[in-house]
Design a protein around this ligand. Structure first.
Ligand SMILES: *Cc1c(COP(=O)(O)O)cnc(C)c1O
Length: 339
């Protein structure tokens, strides 16, 4: 993986969540710290911050991509600095397979000083400004969970150019054993390593990564073509998706123009055993994080309320794919809309 990403070190772990946890511990994040992350993410990002005793602080996103909004981040960091709070890390997320805008985020973060840890769990194989996702920040986190672009059934990885950072992660992930022949421990460790069997599966998956991305891209193109003729519907983030890994394809629906809602489409597909789902419900709207602070513009909430993720997997058969499009056509015929 380090060869693939052009990163010096890769530490295979039991999950992306474990990778986030040890990476934050490596950065010295703990009780009393604030960790700034994107509100548009899977709960794992915020959970891992909470495991360390730090407080997650949620920043809203850019409507076009769903990734961390650099202007909102700057506001958040200014506010926290003025209040004299310690920001342990900033954790941008490469949501749905599109890299965060590191060109704009990096200088904002650098101006305030905290380390950047990238949650690239969804974006293995994506690029930004000619560089692989996974090569930004002090370290990046990958996930090989069953739903991700490549899988080990369950697994994750920490990738970094920093040798000491990788060594410390490996140490914490293997019960913090001191390098002596008996079992000697001076720190609390974790059982976070990846099993050898799953690593073998990962090596086979990695050799197929590009072809799996290509299959998803072909499916994305067909969705783009299908929805291009419908007013009030856009394929999310599809304007500039050459650099994406195209993990998931979602649509955004303007109900007033389209004449139908994502929930109507979801139920229509579900009636024919076709699963689709809303985008991530933002963290600041989750009951468990109801008291968390943040810099909220409403962009993530709007994406949640108008977005729907369609079948996107690389293993969908040609027959199933045709069935999805036949259902979409039937739905659109029954909902001529305002167009
Ligand atoms: C999947 C995911 C994770 C967690 O990875 P696991 O391997 O399932 O623990 C973390 N962050 C994001 C953004 C994810 O999508």
């Amino acid at each position: 993986m380090s060869e693939r990403l052009g990163v010096a070190h890769a530490v295979a772990l039991s999950s992306g969540t474990a990778a986030l946890h040890v990476a934050l511990l490596n950065l010295g994040v703990g009780p009393g710290d604030v960790v700034v992350t994107s509100t548009m993410t899977f709960a794992a990002t915020a959970n891992a911050i909470t495991y360390t005793g730090a407080e997650p602080y949620f920043v809203d996103v850019v409507p076009e991509t769903g990734n961390m909004d650099p202007a909102a981040l700057e506001q958040a960091l200014s506010r926290l600095e003025a209040a004299g709070e310690r920001v342990g890390a900033v954790v941008p997320v490469d949501v749905l397979g599109k890299a965060a805008d590191y060109t704009r985020l990096e200088p904002v973060i650098a101006a305030f000083g905290p380390p950047m840890l990238c949650d690239a769990a969804e974006a293995l194989g994506a690029h930004h400004a000619g560089r692989c996702v996974g090569s930004f920040g002090r370290a990046s986190v990958l996930s090989f969970n069953g739903n991700k672009i490549m899988t080990t059934s369950g697994g994750g990885m920490l990738v970094t150019d920093d040798e000491a950072f990788a060594a410390r992660a490996r140490y914490l992930a293997t019960q913090a054993r001191q390098p002596v022949v008996w079992y000697e421990h001076t720190d609390i460790g974790y059982n976070y390593r990846m099993s050898n069997l799953l690593a073998a599966l990962g090596r086979a998956q990695l050799s197929r990564l590009d072809s799996m991305i290509e299959r998803r891209r072909t499916l994305r193109s067909r969705y783009k073509q299908f929805f291009s003729t419908l007013d009030g519907v856009v394929v999310f983030g599809a304007d500039h998706d050459d650099d994406d890994n195209v993990w998931l394809t979602s649509i955004l629906v303007d109900e007033a123009v389209a004449g139908w809602t994502t929930e109507e489409l979801r139920l229509f597909l579900q009636a024919d055993q076709i699963e689709s789902r809303p985008l991530w419900k933002p963290m600041h709207l989750q009951p468990v994080f109801a008291s968390a602070r943040g810099e909220i513009t409403g962009a993530a909430q709007h994406l949640f309320e108008t977005g729907l993720t369609l079948p996107s997997g690389s293993s969908i058969s040609d027959g199933d794919r045709d069935r999805v499009f036949a259902r979409l056509e039937a739905f659109v015929r029954g909902h001529p809309g305002g167009a």
